[in-house]
Ligand binder design. Structure first.
Ligand code: S3P
Length: 171
């Protein structure tokens, strides 16, 4: 696999777990964009959004993504839930010839995971706010090259097999 694969989807859709397993199977390095931001900035995305504001976080997110793509160090990238929504990031992903995969997970499942998690998510604080954001973003996620429907009852293994089948179809 020479193309970098980027995994996108809403908060709680399963991006990091799926990206990790896909990278393991492809024997490629996996990088989580939010983790890279935290290492680079010394603050988590949640802290950056709360302390510096979302606009500043988005600028950092774009710069970090660009660095990641330039160094070609990742075979698989798990994006943060809002990264794909920015057109500048989609253009970057496109210009580096990456393959985008959208995990299309129903809102109810995303919310279950968001509300059960100890991770701070300032853009998904209330169910109303999160659902409105989910509905606004859905058409933009659908611009990804590959869509993987998620019902919540599949294992990570099964989801990755679905992705691999789609990747094969594209080759
Ligand atoms: C965000 C999602 C988060 C993180 C930040 C903003 C978003 O990542 O990047 O809090 O705008 O949806 P996860 O999707 O991994 O929760």
């Amino acid at each position: 696999m020479t193309q970098t694969i980027v995994i996108t989807g809403f908060m709680g859709c399963g991006k990091s777990k799926v990206a990790r397993e896909l990278a393991r199977r492809l024997d490629a390095p996996m990088i989580d964009l939010d983790d890279r931001i935290t290492a680079r900035e010394g603050r988590t995305p949640a802290q950056l959004i709360t302390e510096a504001g979302e606009d500043q976080f988005r600028a950092i997110e774009t710069n970090t993504l660009l660095e990641l793509l330039q160094t070609k160090e990742a075979g698989v990238i798990a994006l943060g839930g809002g990264a794909w929504i920015e057109s500048a990031n989609r253009d970057l992903i496109d210009s580096y010839g990456c393959l985008s995969v959208w995990l299309d997970t129903p809102f109810a499942i995303c919310w279950q995971r968001i509300s059960a998690s100890t991770d701070e998510r300032p853009l998904g604080k209330t169910i109303e706010q999160a659902e409105a954001r989910y509905n606004l973003r859905r058409p933009v996620y659908s611009l990804a090259r590959i869509r993987i429907p998620v019902t919540g009852s599949e294992s990570v293994d099964q989801l990755v097999s679905h992705i691999e089948a789609q990747l094969e179809r594209l080759q």
